[in-house]
Design a protein around this ligand. Sequence first.
Ligand code: SDX
Length: 433
Amino acid sequence: MSGIGSVTISLDGSNKSSKLPLIGGTVGPPVADIRKIYNDLGIFTYDPGYGATASCESKITYIDGDEGVLLYRGYPIEQLAEKSTFLEVAYLLLNGELPNAAEAKEFDTGVRMHTMLHEQLRVFYNGFRRDAHPMAVMCGVVGALSAFYHDSLDINNPEHRRISAFRMIAKVPTIAAWAHKYNVGQPFMYPQNDLGYAENFLYMFNAVPAEPYRVNPILARAMDLIMILHADHEQNASTSTVRLAGSTGANPFACIAAGIASLWGPAHGGANEAVLHKLGEIGHVKNIPTFLEQVKDKNSKVKLMGFGHRVYKNFDPRAKIMQATCHQVLGELGIKHDPLLELAMELEKIALHDDYFVSRKLYPNVDFYSGIILKAMGFPLSMFTALFAVSRTVGWISQWQEMIADPEQRIGRPRQIYTGAAQRDYVPLDRRD
Ligand code: SDX
């Protein structure tokens, strides 16, 4: 960050003003450092939803919402999606640079050596109902990891941070796959260390002890690509949750569990599941106009899930890649006619020509097509957000580590504008109306 000038704010009707430093980054809007505004002017700033507020300095991910640009450590998502692998992207997000061959091998081995869960955690699943939503299981089991790893909870110890990162990146696929196995009443499948990251997850998700199982390489590549696309995304709601939890000194497992809880919401990571539910409700192309009229009626509270984004006011670049992958995976799976995909494409086409969406710059986001691929790959709707959490864990950890190491970071503690009752005295019960 570098000082590039100042912004002066003056209070109308007084002689007070505050000269705020203007700070520039590598790319993107500069920021006004408002930390002294209360001392200078006795006022707070107000920004519900933080739409115009930079909560931190970060070197990890950059988004240009107007241009539809997404960079992981400077590399365009399109190039990483085409040429990289999820584990290589994980290394990049965590370390800031692409690994050389030795670094890649060491990182891959480090992950493989931590894929198993403590046997006692198997018992933990038995406490859930068989129909527990996988995200409920992931919140519980990831949070419970801190009860098993007392040797790596000191967040100020770089070695503890390193081993915790490996443990979470390595174990979340196992935790997610076992959540599904628990739902369907099948035995848990142990990770196989001779399989790649995405391949291992698909093995644990699909295999049964009764027969050998070979992962379809088309699905393994598609899974790896989907994981790359979901790995990180700047200061989104769940990442901000992880940073806020981490700012109190909470252990990394608790912070990631908080991120999982935040991601679950249908306005955020839960949107991929909501898209499929909505497409199911619409049912047929002929019902699209009626559905869109509902969406435009504010009182209906109905939204076109998978559309719109706080930052992207153009196409989400991940949605474009996801749509292309949709066609490719369905084609390679020999699915010539997917009614959901056709319905989604017709819905997108109509929405993109409808002034309601165009005027509000509402475009498809990453969640609009991901669910269609995941369903075609055999995942139940309830697993979609859990898969998002598996991918985003490395982004959360990268952002958490960056926050811990940032000398400017303090405990997150926003203020408010109070509009409640002014101070008043207690009224005894016998004198109340
Ligand atoms: C993710 O932040 C991230 O980076 C998140 C994410 C990541 O990788 O971490 O990209 C992942 O969460 C993607 C978003 C998934 N969510 C959905 O698809 C749910 C549907 N989308 C909306 O809920 C909404 O678009 C949000 C939550 C994504 C963004 O909400 P904002 O920025 O607060 O926008 P808004 O609600 O202020 O909307 C502005 C206008 C409003 O209408 P008006 O009041 O101006 O008349 O657009 C309307 C909204 O009602 N609007 C929609 C809409 N999204 C916004 N109307 C219908 N359908 C929608 N989907």
